[in-house]
Design a protein around this ligand. Structure first.
Ligand code: AQP
Length: 331
């Protein structure tokens, strides 16, 4: 039986971190047998906010190295850079012309990312969800593994696919389903438990990168923000402690309640020491492989070239079908 297809990506905007790993990549690794997976480096999405060219280039290479180090296998999964398959931008333009502005105005992520600067934010940031729609529809994906926060974008992709299909009276584009990853942890910043851990946070101490050394992990966890109470508890009013407990739970496989109970009578020093130990034990092998892969640019380039070749075949079929339907000559 033919495998169902799944597609997703990470923005190439910096170093991949614990949040990207626990919230996305770890699940992708487990999907590789069951699904026909396409996981890309979202470099076109990255430039919706200004990027330094050298940083962008490094982010693409380093994110590829992080994918491989985490266990994505190019023999099973198509790994490629989004900008290398030009049909993403091409389909995105056509779909932009099918998307009412009102639909985009409802997208909460634009409001979150642009904040008070909506007038000076790039129009690319505003139309980002249409590019994301093109990323998905280009490959006839059945499923898009995403976090809860991305559900609205998948709804939009479904609406746009529906609009195109209605226009032509047939199923030209497959309507995708979100694959919400169970009770995926939303990893928070180590400096502010109300914000998610993010690549673009200016504080390097807010996140644990997949390439961090043991010493860096220990230092970041030691310096992680806590509060003035001296005991460990899992409460909404203590977001920083809750975040550390959730990370502990993810890596140890223990229930939060069990972890809390095992620290009765202990302060933060022992808890943080143990947590640093567990995190570095789990991330150590990934960090080691990350440094091996990222120092082998030739291998990374070859991986991305192979992925581009595979992805382009499917993307070309879709774009030809769409262009002909819309009335382009496509000579
Ligand atoms: N903190 C997080 N906890 C859990 N999951 C997370 N993801 C990102 N941060 C966390 C998941 O990783 C996948 C790829 O995300 P992305 O990098 O494309 O976009 P993002 O969510 O905007 O991540 P960042 O780090 O905050 O990037 P910047 O700083 O560039 O905006 C997604 O599945 C996401 O849910």
């Amino acid at each position: 039986m033919q495998k169902k297809r799944a597609i997703s990506g990470v923005q190439a905007t910096g170093s991949l971190h614990l949040g990207n790993y626990l919230g996305a990549i770890k699940h992708w690794v487990n999907m590789q047998e069951e699904f026909d997976c396409f996981f890309f480096l979202a470099d076109l999405h990255a430039i919706t906010i200004p990027q330094d060219p050298d940083n962008l280039r490094n982010s693409i290479y380093n994110s590829t190295a992080a994918y491989l180090a985490s266990g994505l296998d190019p023999k099973k999964t198509t790994i490629f850079a989004q900008s290398d398959v030009k049909e993403h931008a091409e389909l995105s333009w056509i779909l932009n012309c099918m998307t009412p502005i009102g639909w985009l105005k409802r997208m909460t992520q634009f409001k979150d990312k642009a904040g008070k600067n909506q007038e000076i934010a790039s129009s690319g940031l505003f139309t980002y969800p249409v590019l994301m729609t093109a990323d998905i529809l280009l490959y006839n994906a059945d499923f898009v593994p995403v976090g809860e926060d991305q559900k609205q974008h998948i709804e939009l992709a479904r609406d746009i696919a529906g609009a195109v299909n209605r226009k032509f009276g047939k199923e030209l584009l497959k309507v995708p389903e979100p694959l919400i990853q169970g009770n995926t942890t939303r990893v928070k910043s180590l400096r502010d438990g109300t914000k998610k851990m993010s690549k673009s946070d200016t504080s390097g101490h807010s996140r644990i990168n997949l390439g961090d050394s043991r010493d860096e992990i220990v230092e970041k966890i030691k310096k992680a923000k806590t509060d003035s109470l001296e005991y460990i508890s899992y409460e909404e009013s203590r977001p920083e402690i809750a975040n550390l407990l959730e990370i502990y739970g993810e890596f140890s496989g223990k229930k939060i309640e069990t972890i809390v109970n095992s620290y009765i009578g202990h302060g933060f020093a022992k808890f943080k020491n143990d947590l640093a130990e567990i995190v570095s034990e789990n991330l150590g092998p990934i960090s080691l492989k990350y440094h091996q892969y990222s120092s082998d640019k030739g291998f990374l380039q070859q991986t991305l070239r192979n992925g581009k070749e595979k992805a382009s075949k499917t993307a070309l079929q879709t774009i030809c079908k769409i262009k002909e339907s819309f009335g382009f000559l496509n000579l």
